[in-house]
Design a binder for this molecule. Structure first.
Ligand code: 1BO
Length: 272
């Protein structure tokens, strides 16, 4: 497994995303993923599956200290006392004393960012998480957050795949030694039949999805594809034995635009 280093954190470059995985299916997929060699699992309070992620982790038999576990605090818990209480509730559901990475799930302009970050930093100081970071933050918000936080923010987790141009956010992450963690890295399956990705993949005996994940890794991004199918779990982690050349990287970059976003909500920030 390849690791992305960011502000003192070593994050396995491929993780299992669990958004929309629920109940027994979620526990089963987490367990299988870990047995297949995954060492990074991503969950969130709002996914309502932290219990199952914890159960899958225990069922896998993989020692806790070998797995990088991320959870995210929902925006309604951003007032300092709520943040501490809800972090402890997440840990209770996961049945873990601490996570590896604790993120603010989306920006929430209703609570001053300095207060929320102060509380997030305290979670690290209290030993409830090894690292802290943000998710769905724009460049302006990354600049604000990094200037306010006395502890390093190790990542911004955002939607990123070949159809969505994220050069500005990538640039901000690089400036601040943060990892870009890509959710929906295979564009919710839309890249499966992409002719450019399939043609490149044919050269290496890889699928369009594998080319897409490789393209992310070669930018030093972390990718957290979600799937409930075992064969896809294996496929998504089998991306460390080939290299895209510069020309292929450029061809994939050319697929991106600002219109390629798949996840947007009324409460989302004004995107870059
Ligand atoms: C509402 C969930 C978005 C991705 O984590």
């Amino acid at each position: 497994m390849y690791f992305v280093e960011a502000s003192g954190a070593s994050i396995p470059a491929i993780g299992l995303g669990t958004w929309e995985l629920r109940g027994r299916d979620c526990a089963r997929v987490v367990e299988q993923a870990l047995r297949l060699g995954y060492r990074h699992v991503d969950t969130a309070q709002v996914y309502e599956n932290e219990r199952e992620v914890g159960a899958g982790l225990r069922a896998s038999g993989v020692p806790r200290d070998e797995v990088f576990v991320t959870t995210k605090i929902w925006t309604t818990h951003f007032a300092p006392n709520d943040l501490e209480r809800s972090t402890k509730e997440s840990l209770a559901r996961l049945r873990l004393p601490a996570v590896d990475l604790l993120l603010l799930h989306w920006p929430n302009p209703q609570v001053p960012l300095a207060e929320t970050l102060g509380a997030l930093v305290r979670m690290k100081q209290m030993g409830l998480t090894r690292h802290i970071g943000v998710s769905n933050f724009t460049v302006a918000l990354i600049e604000e957050a990094t200037s306010l936080s006395p502890e390093p923010l190790v990542c911004d987790q955002v939607e990123y795949h070949p159809y969505l141009d994220q050069q500005k956010v990538l640039g901000a992450c690089r400036r601040h030694d943060m990892a870009l963690v890509a959710y929906s890295p295979i564009a919710k399956g839309r890249i499966k039949n992409d002719t450019t990705l399939s043609r490149i993949g044919a050269r290496y005996g890889k699928s369009a999805a594998q080319v897409c994940l490789r393209w992310l890794i070669q930018q030093n991004a972390v990718a957290i594809p979600r799937t409930s199918k075992v064969e896809r779990l294996s496929e998504n982690i089998d991306v460390f034995d080939f290299n895209l050349d510069d020309e292929e990287m450029t061809q994939i970059f050319a697929l991106g635009s600002r219109r390629g976003r798949l996840t947007d909500f009324g409460f989302a920030p004004k995107w870059d």
